[in-house]
Each structure stands twice: as C-alpha cells, then as structure tokens.
Design a binder for this molecule. Structure first.
Ligand code: AQP
Length: 336
C-alpha cells in the first residue's frame, strides 16, 4: 500500500508569523516523511476578505519560499499555487449547486469573520468552506491536518462528499474519497503579543501583535520589548489571570527546545526585564536559519518558479482526474 495523502495550505492574507510556523508548518515538516504531501499556497481563499492586488503575487512567492525554508522537502511534498490549478474553482461551482445554503450559514468561522466585515461581507466568504472541500476532495486526501477551529469545515467536506457519492455514485464505486481530520495532539496555539486571549493573526491590523518569520532582529527586539505583560513578579504557566505570561513562556519553551518543567523552574523567579531579552535572543536564533534559507531561495527566482511549475503540473494531473470523474457522475458531456 502507498503512503496516505495529506493536504495542507496557508492563505496569502499577509506575512507568515510564529503562529503559522509553530501551529502549522513545523508540524507538517515533522510528519512529512510518513505521507504523500500536497501543500499549496491558498491564494483563492485569500480574496474572500478584501485584498491588495499589488502584493498578492509577491505574497504567493514568499509563502512558497517559506515552506521550503522551514523544511518542507520536495522529496516528500508537492508545492503548488491554488489558482494555478483551475479545477479548484470549477469543482467549487459544482459543489455549490449541491450544498444547502443552511450548511454554510452555520459555519462558525463565517459568522465570526462576517461580523468584522459588516455590510461588505462577500459571497466568497460564505463559500470559503466549499472551496476548502474542493481543495481536499480534488486530491483524494486521506488526512487533513487542522486545528480545532477548522474541524467544522472538515465535517462539511465529508458531508459534501457523502452527498455526491449517495446521489451520483455507484455503491461499490464512490465518486469521492472521504477524508479524515488529523487533529494535532499538542499543537501550539500562539496568541497575539497585544492580547493573550486572541490568536496571533496575519490579518491583525497591528504588526506589533505578531512576530513575522521574516522580521529583522531589531523588529523582534522592539516587538517583544513592547508586548503586553502584567505587573506580577515571577513567571508561571497556565494561570488564567495571566494569558500573556502563559503565551510568552510557551513561545520560549518551543523556540528554545526545552520542556515545560525546565522552563517553569528556570523562569519562576524572573521578572519581565530578565525574561524579555532571553525570549528575544531565543526567537532571533530560532528564526535565523529559516531567514537565511529564505533569502537564498527568493533571490533565485528561476528555481522557485520551477518548483511551482512542477507542483502545478503534478497537482493538475491529480486534480483533473477527480474533476472529470465528478463531471461524468453528474452527467456532463465530456470535453472534445
Ligand atoms: N496563532 C496561531 N497559532 C497556531 N496556529 C495558527 N495558525 C494560524 N494562526 C495560528 C495556523 O496556520 C495555518 C494558516 O492558516 P490560514 O492562513 O489558512 O488561516 P488562519 O488560520 O486564519 O491564519 P491567520 O494567520 O490567522 O490568517 P488570517 O489573519 O488571514 O485569518 C493554519 O493551519 C492555522 O491553524
């Protein structure tokens, strides 16, 4: 039996930060050898919220280069750009026509993001989970690594696949493969530097709320120096009254490669004046190898483009096969 297939992606909604790395990419790297990985830059998802055309292409290249710089290995992974494989958009349309509207109106992420956008909320934002279903089902993914917040979207993906199979498939020949979520066991959830109760996010208007993977040492120093803390003396994990303290200690633990017990003992008598320079130094050192690899890759445009072209070709061949199967099941006249 071949390896199981895993599909993952990140939206081009801004600069990648420590949350994207520690909560997603680092885990993909850790498990990549066990699976056949399809990893894409989600540029179609990115325009479900207002976007800046001037930076879209550059962000796309940056994310692809960061995948490689963070350790995604082309021996185990296919890296491609979502909009380069038109089957994503086409399958989304077909799925749109069989997905009940009330399935989408129930999605928590839609409700949360729609509130932020008020009158301007787009049909695309509502349709985001259907596009995600198309992404996953096109590649016949067995597993999709997600955090708790995306579990509902995987359920919807499964519901869409089951509906298509029931309505248009044959008993022994399902049209679509039903995927499973791969829920991270101890996945890091990195919180905002400005508010320890909110997650660190690309689209937060304040750059001071996140440490970006490409931040220069001076910027990292400034952000950590100014980040929100509390007046309590001594640092400890898991105090519900001290979400910022817990977040910064967690960051230090992961970036320093230490255990929670080691850090609890090391930091119990520290004040912020002592801890912040330590976290700064550790963060700069952890990001240095990623940054130097990234700058090498982004200079070599020919190489990066060749990686994305090969990815596009491989992704397209798999995706187009699934799309044809769905169209055939729905009764479409085959292309000439
Ligand atoms: N703060 C975080 N802690 C841990 N994991 C995180 N991820 C994002 N933020 C954190 C993980 O990174 C991947 C990127 O997903 P995405 O770009 O598709 O969208 P997202 O989850 O909504 O990420 P952002 O950075 O917050 O982007 P915006 O601001 O555009 O919404 C996912 O695997 C996610 O779990």
């Amino acid at each position: 039996m071949g390896k199981k297939r895993v599909l993952s992606g990140i939206q081009t909604t801004g600069s990648l930060h420590l949350g994207n790395y520690l909560g997603a990419i680092r885990n993909w790297v850790e498990i990549q050898k066990e699976y056949d990985n399809f990893i894409f830059v989600a540029d179609l998802h990115a325009i479900t919220v207002p976007h800046e055309p001037k930076t879209l292409a550059a962000n796309t290249r940056t994310i692809a280069a960061l995948y490689l710089a963070c350790g995604i290995d082309l021996e185990y992974a296919t890296i491609f750009v979502q909009s380069h494989v038109s089957a994503h958009s086409e399958l989304t349309w077909l799925f749109n026509c069989i997905t009940p509207l009330n399935w989408l109106e129930r999605m928590i992420q839609f409700k949360e993001k729609a509130v932020k956008q008020g009158e301007n909320v787009s049909v695309g934002l509502l349709d985001y989970p259907v596009l995600m279903a198309a992404d996953i089902l096109l590649y016949e993914a067995d597993l999709v690594p997600v955090g708790e917040d995306q579990k509902q979207h995987i359920e919807l993906t499964r519901d869409i696949a089951i509906r298509i199979n029931d309505r248009f498939g044959k008993k022994k020949e399902p049209v679509l493969k039903i995927p499973e979520p791969l829920i991270r066991k101890a996945g890091a959830r990195v919180m905002s530097l400005a508010d320890g109760t909110r997650k660190m996010s690309k689209s937060d208007p304040s750059e001071m709320s996140r440490i970006e993977l490409l931040d220069a040492p001076e910027a990292i120093k400034k952000k950590i120096k100014r980040c929100k803390t509390d007046p309590v003396k001594g640092l400890s994990f898991d105090d519900p009254e001290r979400p910022e303290c817990n977040n910064l200690l967690n960051l230090y633990t992961i970036l320093a490669g230490k255990t929670k017990e080691e850090v609890a003992a090391e930091c119990q008598d520290m004040g912020w004046g002592q801890f912040k320079p330590l976290l700064t130094e550790t963060t700069i050192a952890a990001l240095e190898p990623i940054q130097s690899k990234y700058f090498e890759l982004i200079e070599d445009r020919g190489y990066l483009d060749s990686v994305l072209k090969q990815g596009q070709e491989k992704a397209e061949s798999v995706a187009n096969r699934t799309l044809s199967r769905v169209k055939q099941a729905l009764g479409y006249l085959p292309r000439f």
